[in-house]
Design a protein around this ligand. Structure first.
Ligand code: NAD
Length: 328
């Protein structure tokens, strides 16, 4: 198949591109390298089935040309990361909403099966754990810019599902819960690479808030396996929403302790209030656990990697970068 991956130079995107090339697909990538890195796609440059354009999602001509040659689009490009979202809310909303609108327009024009990346953030402050795809959603007020990410992704979901209902476009929505693994940037607030880098440098690990908030971390290899299976099963793109994530829950304090243990670091944890880490009045969710029954039924998928194995992969990757003296 010819697959067009937006955001293919990003963390999840570059792992997906590698897997697609390995199984024989042709892959086109569009990425503006805002949070992605050229180094992520450099290994594929020169591959006969790989093509990339460094450009913005909102360049209609490039988007049209790449979609015209594709059977399917995996739309991953987005403004990502809590820090970026809080600091640049306008860019977040425009990239996510206008970008997805543009992608869906070309998908309709060329009848491309489309996977849209969404997020567990859309569950907002919901407390009905585990979160199911059809749950009511509870976002915070528009005066708190962190909710603009969830709201923009939710609008993306509505746009995608509307394109399916009104125009018969084959669309699936993938709601990712925390996806982690080698190659994830820690610059925009992602907790696992940030902790691992701090520990490897012998620094204190900075836990935001009191550390009792919990998350479920899914290895990017498991996430990619789910995306490949969704691409392969036409019935899944009939206007469906799927949670993709691990159900192994851990508090952020326990995560920090585990990182310290596995890196053999000195072991100090410093607690920083959210208001200081992000912005005054910053709100977060206490727990986020996906119900994965729907995707398990649809594609027979379960995460296979536990937190220790994820941490070992990230530690090995970050240690290699540190040894090579990579700029952060
Ligand atoms: P990432 O930042 O590594 O990837 C996003 C990519 O999109 C980057 O390469 C960036 O350069 C590119 N991009 C951003 N704006 C663009 C634009 N206007 N035009 C072209 N390219 C643009 O992040 P990721 O973790 O790989 O996330 C991929 C997708 O998964 C995103 O849609 C994100 O919202 C979603 N998601 C990720 C997680 C996670 O835990 N990693 C959780 C929930 C949702």
């Amino acid at each position: 198949m010819n697959i067009f991956v937006t955001g293919g130079a990003g963390f999840i995107g570059s792992h997906l591109v590698r897997a697609l090339l390995e199984r024989g697909d042709h892959v086109s990538v569009l990425d503006n390298l805002s949070t992605g890195r050229f180094a992520n796609i450099e290994p594929f440059v020169g591959h006969p089935r790989f093509h990339f354009a460094i450009d913005d999602l909102r360049n209609a001509l490039v988007l049209d040309r790449l979609a015209a040659e594709s059977d399917a689009i995996v739309h991953l490009a987005a403004a990502v990361g809590v820090k970026l979202v809080v600091e640049q809310p306008t860019e977040t909303i425009e990239t996510n909403v206008l970008g997805t609108h543009a992608v869906l327009r070309v998908a309709r024009r060329y009848r491309c099966r489309t996977l849209l990346a969404s997020t567990s953030e859309v569950y907002g402050k919901g407390v009905s754990i585990p979160f199911q795809e059809d749950d009511d959603l509870l976002l915070g007020p528009s005066s708190r810019s962190r909710w603009s990410y969830a709201a923009s992704k939710l609008l993306d979901e509505f746009l995608g599902l509307a394109a399916h209902r009104e125009y018969g476009l084959p669309v699936a929505i993938a709601r990712f819960f925390n996806t982690v693994g080698p190659g994830q940037s820690g610059r925009y607030g992602m907790v696992v690479p940030r902790f691992v880098r701090q520990a490897l440098r012998g620094q204190a690990l900075t836990v935001y808030s009191d550390g009792s908030q919990s998350r479920c971390f899914c290895h990017v290899a498991d996430t990619v396996r789910a995306l490949l299976a969704l691409l392969d099963r036409p019935e899944t793109t009939a206007g469906q929403v799927f949670n993709i994530g691990s159900t192994q829950e851990t508090t952020i304090t326990k995560l920090a302790q585990q990182v310290i243990k596995r890196t053999g670091g000195p072991g100090e944890i410093v607690y920083v209030p959210y208001g200081q880490a992000y912005a005054p009045g910053f709100e977060d969710m206490q727990r986020r656990v996906p119900d994965i029954a729907k995707i398990s039924r649809a594609i027979d998928w379960q995460p296979t990697r536990d937190l220790n194995s994820i941490l070992d992969d990230v530690i090995a990757y970050e240690q290699a970068r540190l040894d090579a003296g990579a700029a952060q």
